[in-house]
Design a protein around this ligand. Structure first.
Ligand code: URC
Length: 303
């Protein structure tokens, strides 16, 4: 009568902070704080359909594995650790046919003391995170690696326009050549399967610095274009950002932005006899615009 169509299980919110000490100067350190989720797929159907627990690798074991492997192996960058975990679970258990790993890295930045970066003191940079989603399918031997920046909140007080849009009998919005633009950036980029065709490619590229370089490029492009462009719309600006990232990093196959348009609305003082209506805004918590796009390469330009 019924059949199991899809299933996966594992542990979520497995958190750790790892310290890396410079061997020649042990008080010079780096930290990585992570929130890890690992989900397993494969020969687990009987645990759902027949109450047979025998194939289940307990989620508690998944949690222990994440923490033991975080201690034993290099977790920098998070893409390397995601690949390490997926390789571990898919090779250790014959019946694990797929692994999905999500890692969220908190943003701890070294701060200056006496005009120099302190060797082991860090400032938490708010809700902004660096993330990786990795999915491995054993049957197809297919690896997907998608990295992202999330919750990078930005605002510009001028240099943003929105006019020339469709006007109909439902339109009340006034066109503007000067507005506030603010968003919580969610930018993600998927690496091409040619660049990362297996786990060894991920480990090699991690050593070569591809993941850190791409993250730095994506963050810089996002901030630079946000600030420098006289934005025609959220749509046009996010396309330009995506285009620039694709231009800078040949190993990236496509770039996705998900941007809320966090409206700040001019308060109308005309009723008070105040003519200059250009400085005082109120944040409109909802509704907000929500604009999404994925930009890829034209067939002829693929790596
Ligand atoms: O950049 C924008 N894109 C829109 O699609 C839109 N719609 C809207 O009301 N304001 C804006 N701004």
């Amino acid at each position: 009568m019924s059949q199991l169509l899809e299933s996966s299980y594992g542990k979520a919110n497995v958190k750790f902070l790892k310290v890396k000490k410079n061997p020649s100067n042990p008080t010079e350190q780096e930290v990585l704080e992570a929130n890890v989720q690992v989900l397993l797929r494969g020969g687990f159907d009987v645990s759902y359909t027949k109450a047979d627990n025998s194939p289940i690798v307990p989620t508690d074991t998944v949690k222990n594995t994440i923490l033991v492997e975080a201690k034993k192996t290099d977790v920098w960058p998070i893409e390397r650790f995601a690949a390490h975990l997926a390789k571990h679970f898919s090779s250790k258990y014959a019946h694990v046919m797929g692994v999905e790993v999500n890692i969220v890295q908190a943003k701890w930045s070294r701060f200056n003391v006496n005009d120099a970066p302190h060797p082991h003191s860090f400032k938490h940079e708010g809700p902004e995170t660096r993330r990786v989603f990795l999915d491995y399918c054993k049957r197809k031997d297919k690896l997907v690696v998608k990295s992202s920046i999330k919750d990078l909140t930005v605002l510009k007080s001028t240099g943003s326009m929105f006019y020339g849009y469709n006007v109909c009998d439902y339109t009340t919005l006034k066109p503007t050549k000067d507005r506030i633009l603010s968003t919580d950036v969610d930018a993600s980029w998927t690496y091409s399967s040619k660049a990362l065709s297996n786990f060894e490619d991920v480990f090699k590229q991690a050593d070569a610095g591809l993941f850190d370089k791409t993250y730095e490029n994506a963050r810089k492009v996002t901030l630079d274009l946000f600030a420098l462009e006289n934005s025609a719309s959220v749509q046009a600006t996010m396309y330009n950002m995506s285009h620039k990232i694709l231009e800078l990093v040949p190993e990236v196959e496509n770039v996705t932005y998900i941007l809320p348009n966090k409206h700040y609305i001019l308060f109308n003082f005309e009723w008070k006899g105040i003519k200059d209506n250009s400085e005082l805004f109120y944040p409109s918590p909802d509704p907000n615009g929500l604009i999404k796009s994925t930009v890829g390469r034209k067939e002829s330009a693929k790596l």
